[in-house]
Design a protein around this ligand. Structure first.
Ligand code: COA
Length: 310
């Protein structure tokens, strides 16, 4: 049996900060409203999906003490590829000197956890190392005159390196799902802007997060009280609050960065994970619940036992 463990991690955020006060100046909104309804105070905007992915990927490789040539596959979770063809992963592959395969994966905001599970599958089939990146430039598909969406979405990237290990590895339970009948609740046509039914997405997001997390916990054979750290998708602090309350996981054991990043879709979970690592909140042996939801509507969760020295 061959399992996988995370051996490196890194993030990248654009330099430009857009605060709620900046949005107040151009939209009929207020810092108070955005903070109270979403928990977001500021977000980062700029760059390209490939540029952010390369920066995050390079940091993850460096942390793992590896080079691009050590990687067999690069999986890039993104909803905002730089071009329709080829995959943005091919830019990343070239820039980082990776010799193995490269592909983009779009499961919206669930993309990173989808990628995590697929990476474990590749390693079980014989790949030695996979570079998994979530990278987004949602600012390019956001109408900055639409207060429904402009307050939420932003840019960023996070990456992990997964390596083969003898035995079962870190993945204890997972759940991937989608309900295509809800696909029109959140979408962007090619060349168009994000359109969203915020209230309905909110309602379904809480349910999807709770149900998927419960399935992964059950498959891992653990209880919510065993979870040392929950890393939820960073969309809205009220969604995270409601879901964690229902799951029985206190906010003290939950990673959040959305106050500073906004919703960065497939980058949000690795951004929150790496922030928790850098704050010394994660230790070898800890049980970690990763859980996301997004357009599709898609959802994804995984329970891993953290094996790296932080
Ligand atoms: N600033 C100020 N007022 C705003 C506003 C804004 N940016 N957006 C909406 N409002 C107003 C509405 O017009 C409405 O006014 P009314 O009561 O006079 O009609 C009021 O605020 C409440 O609007 P509502 O849409 O009910 O707010 P909400 O509490 O549902 O919050 C969202 C809106 C978008 C923040 C929330 O629904 C949400 O986060 N949904 C999930 C979105 C999401 O996570 N998407 C990504 C999924 S991956």
């Amino acid at each position: 049996m061959v399992g996988a463990v995370i051996v490196g991690w890194g993030t990248a955020l654009p330099d430009r900060i857009v605060t709620n006060a900046d949005l107040e100046a151009v939209l009929d909104t207020s810092d108070e409203w955005i903070t109270e309804r979403t928990g977001i105070k500021e977000r980062r905007v700029g760059g390209t999906t490939a540029g952010l992915a390369v920066a995050a990927g390079a940091r993850a490789l460096e942390r793992a003490g590896l080079h691009g040539s050590d990687i067999d596959q690069v999986l890039l979770a993104t909803t905002t590829p730089d071009r329709m063809i080829p995959s943005t992963a091919s830019d990343v592959q070239h820039a980082l000197g990776i010799e193995g395969g490269a592909l983009d994966l779009n499961a919206a905001c669930s993309g990173f956890v989808y990628g995590l599970v697929h990476a474990h599958g590749l390693i079980a089939l014989g790949a030695r190392r996979v570079l998994l990146i979530g990278s987004e430039t949602l600012s390019r598909v956001t109408d900055w005159h639409d207060r429904n969406t402009a307050i939420l979405f932003a840019d960023g990237a996070g990456a992990v390196v997964l390596e083969a290990t003898a035995g079962t590895g870190q993945l204890l339970g997972w759940d991937l799902g989608s309900d295509g009948s809800a696909r029109d609740l959140l979408y962007a046509d090619i060349g168009g802007y994000l359109q969203m039914d915020g209230r309905e997405v909110f309602r379904r997001a809480v349910r999807a997060t709770v149900d998927s997390a419960r399935r992964s916990l059950e498959r891992a054979g653990i209880r919510p009280s065993d979870v040392a750290l929950a890393v939820p998708h960073q969309a809205n602090i009220r969604i995270i609050d409601a879901a964690c309350q229902r799951l029985g996981i206190p906010m003290e054991r939950t990673a959040t960065v959305l106050h500073a990043t906004g919703n960065t879709s497939s980058a949000s979970i690795p951004l929150a994970l790496v922030d928790a690592i850098e704050r010394g909140r994660l230790h070898r042996g800890d049980l970690v619940l990763l859980v996301g939801f997004g357009a599709g509507m898609s959802w994804a969760s995984a329970v891993i036992r953290w094996e790296a020295d932080t």
